[in-house]
Ligand binder design. Structure first.
Ligand code: ADP
Ligand code: MG
Length: 253
């Protein structure tokens, strides 16, 4: 049965979407079948796979409000083994509409459960908030990956996020595990980065995934070509780092 992994952090711009795209693509490279669910109204994950956000028949919004099932919402991409349930700005309305609906925290889980068997992994990209969309993602997941940058303020945000995840586990999903903390945009030559990483390891040694993702122009360029990093720059060190992370995650979840 497929395992579900959410990429979550209430901070924006720290590499959630980039990591969801590239980890999913590297899991697929290992011969697995992967479904990616874009749960952010910005739809960056959708366009990162080369899907045009403006001409979507169905999105994760339709899925959450019960207008369509996962089977009809998913698009098979040109990349081997990868299907995507896309999102665009229409998802912004879900936050309000879900308030009125039954089971509002479990709508994604209930829909994904129906297609879970068809995939080895389902990867969910969360918005930069801890609202109902993220609750739905965490409610559906076996594991959550926390991408973060090695910056001073990230340390403060992390303890807050850990508390929220603990709470979510209590309230919505007893199965939820922290699959790992993923260091993104890492620059090993910066003193601050190495210090923050050292500090992180003091508190979360067993949670930190062993391969930090380097800061790289290639990673930031790839989405403008609609390509995951392992298609855009297959032999580069960024693709290798994401592949290592994908493999480590598969042993954890
Ligand atoms: N390892 C990296 N090296 C360089 N740029 C990166 C890297 N990871 C992400 N970025 C860039 O940082 C920005 C924010 O990343 P994104 O994945 O969209 O974050 P989030 O989903 O958390 O908001 C994007 O422009 C992205 O291309
Ligand atoms: Mg994002």
């Amino acid at each position: 049965m497929g395992k579900i992994i959410a990429f979550a952090n209430q901070k924006g711009g720290i590499g959630k979407t980039t990591s969801a795209i590239n980890v999913a693509a590297c899991i697929a490279e290992c011969g697995k079948k992967v479904l990616v669910v874009d749960c952010d109204p910005q739809g960056n994950c959708t366009s990162g796979f080369g899907i045009n956000k403006k001409s979507l028949r169905f999105t994760s919004y339709d899925l959450l409000v019960g207008r369509v099932g996962a089977q009809d919402a998913m698009i098979r991409t040109e990349f081997e083994g990868i299907s995507v349930i896309p999102a665009n700005i229409s998802l912004a309305g879900a936050e309000f509409e879900l308030v009125e609906l039954d089971n509002r925290a479990y709508r994604l889980k209930n829909e994904l459960d129906k297609v879970k068997d068809e995939f080895d992994y389902i990867v969910i990209d969360c918005p930069p908030s801890l609202g109902i969309l993220t609750i739905n993602a965490l409610g559906a997941s076996d594991g959550v990956v926390i991408p973060m940058q090695c910056e001073y303020f990230a340390l403060e945000g992390l303890s807050q996020l850990m508390m929220t995840i603990r709470k979510t586990k209590e309230l919505y999903n007893a199965n939820l595990e922290i699959a790992g903390i993923l260091i993104t945009m890492y620059n090993g030559r910066l003193n601050l980065s190495t210090q923050v990483l050292k500090e992180l390891k003091k508190y979360y040694a067993d949670k930190i995934l062993s391969e930090p993702i380097p800061r790289s122009v290639r990673i930031s360029e790839a989405p403008s070509h609609g390509l995951p990093i392992n298609y855009y720059d297959k032999n580069g060190k960024s693709a290798k780092a994401y592949l290592a992370v994908a493999k480590e995650l598969m042993t954890r979840i």
